[in-house]
Design a binder for this molecule. Structure first.
Ligand SMILES: Nc1nc2c(c(=O)[nH]1)N[C@H]1C(S)=C(S)[C@@H](COP(=O)(O)O)O[C@H]1N2
Ligand SMILES: [Mo]
Length: 416
């Protein structure tokens, strides 16, 4: 801790002698340096120390450390429950989710897997069953792709309007995923032309299993070992996960340990008792893989308060069916809709940032956004989804979200 008594600021007026540096400011720099290499950067910046470095041009800064740190002034956090954690969409900019803020959904916790002992088995209807180590997987030609990952159970509302974008739909995140194409491994093992499905199995305590149609495996499935430039995080499936662009989170099996080729689906627990939707009339929809088009305005949103005048409405839009072609914004409770500006590059099956400049006259209103994707699919209102699904809330809810703006500028969620 600095020797200087109390909160005395090190102002520009005060001449910095060598002694002052050694006894005071330099000590402060050391305190920060130690912390920059890992532990308590935040704790070190107490109010008095901030005061001390009031003029950062007069004190040597913190030297480089082994890891970067987030500014102690920025505190975005995931909102964890026992089974999941949510991305703070309202705190982010652009479309890449910082890896430590990627949402999580674990059916029995995050396993600890030693990469040196990791193995992926591919067997079943193949010419040559094979076992791949992590080193083996990394030797194959690699591919990288920016795409979102969303849990199909990603919808929450609140009657009192007090929900943030994170609470409404924080089970979606975006990363650059890197790995080997599954089609490359399919060729390696010689997949039988008779196989139509494959099973993906996780090596966690939930032993997550899902059946995937073979076409998806040939088309764009990636056996991923990296996320945003580094090894995939334990929470995202370290050392290897299956990534199926645009398809519901659950089928993107983490901690992937086995792939079995077959000529029929396996009817696992996760695709029979769960991850199916009631569609009314006592019927259910099974193997509903695709994430439908969606959007959310992340600014302004609850619990923010806005002022009269120019506001840049900001948000993200996405579709598991392909590219977002249009995002429409309404600032008059859905009476009229105008196109928002999309941030280039607009990528296939990826979160896409949109903006719309709006001059708020101070009168209470509702602002909404809806996505149209390249297949012509239009994001629905909640009432339409409920009518189509027989009123049962379940998976694949992607409704238009409205934000009600009170005359005092307070923003509140409103169901559509
Ligand atoms: N092995 C395994 N894979 C899994 C899960 C799991 O619990 N175990 N959860 C699934 C669910 S429901 C979702 S939504 C996504 C979440 O991926 P993430 O935690 O990387 O965001 O992983 C899927 N893959
Ligand atoms: Mo999920």
């Amino acid at each position: 801790m600095p020797d200087q008594k109390g909160d005395k600021p090190l102002t520009t007026e005060k001449k910095i002698s060598r002694r002052t540096l050694l006894g005071g400011a330099a000590t402060a720099a050391v305190v920060l340096a130690q912390t920059a290499s890992g532990k308590t950067f935040q704790a070190a910046l107490t109010k008095s120390e901030l005061h001390l470095i009031e003029d950062p041009t007069k004190v040597p800064g913190v030297p480089p450390g082994t890891l970067g740190t987030r500014s102690p002034f920025e505190k975005p956090v995931k909102a964890p429950s026992d089974i999941s954690s949510r991305t703070p969409l309202q705190d982010l900019f652009g479309t890449i989710t910082p890896s430590d803020l990627h949402f999580e959904r674990n059916h029995n916790g995050v396993p600890a897997i030693d990469p040196a002992k990791y193995e992926l088995v591919i067997h079943g209807m193949v010419n040559k069953p094979m076992v791949f180590t992590l080193t083996d997987l990394k030797r194959f030609p690699s591919v990288s792709r920016i795409a979102f990952l969303e849990c199909s159970g990603n919808y929450r509302g609140a009657a009192d309007g007090k929900v943030t974008p994170q609470q409404i739909c924080g089970l979606t995140s975006q990363s650059e995923w890197t790995g080997v194409k599954l089609s490359t491994l399919f060729r390696e093992v010689g997949v039988s032309p008779k196989s139509t499905w494959f099973l993906a199995e996780g090596g966690d305590a939930a032993v997550m299993t899902r059946s995937v149609p073979i076409e998806k495996g040939w088309e764009d499935a990636i056996i991923c070992y990296a996320q945003n430039g580094e090894a995939i995080r334990p929470e995202q499936g370290y050392p290897v996960r299956l990534f199926l662009p645009g398809w519901e989170g659950n089928i993107n099996v983490k901690w992937l340990r086995r792939i079995e080729l077959s000529d029929q689906p396996f009817q696992t627990r996760q695709e029979t008792s769960k991850y199916t939707e009631a569609i009314g009339g006592g019927k259910i929809r099974q193997f509903s893989f695709t994430i439908d088009a969606r959007s959310i305005i992340t600014y302004p949103s609850y619990p923010q308060k806005v002022e009269k005048g120019w506001i840049e409405i900001r948000g993200i839009a996405w579709s598991g069916r392909g590219k977002v072609v249009r995002v429409e914004v309404s600032t008059d409770a859905g009476k009229t809709w105008k196109p928002a500006e999309l941030q280039d590059p607009v990528m296939d099956k990826a979160h896409t940032a949109f903006r719309y400049l709006w001059n708020w006259n101070g009168q209470p209103t509702e602002i909404l956004s809806r996505t149209v994707d390249e297949t012509g699919y239009v994001q629905p209102f909640l009432k339409d989804l409920l009518a189509a699904r027989g009123g049962n809330m379940g998976y694949h809810y992607n409704p238009v979200t409205a934000w009600y703006i009170q005359n005092d500028g307070q923003v509140l969620f409103k169901a559509t």
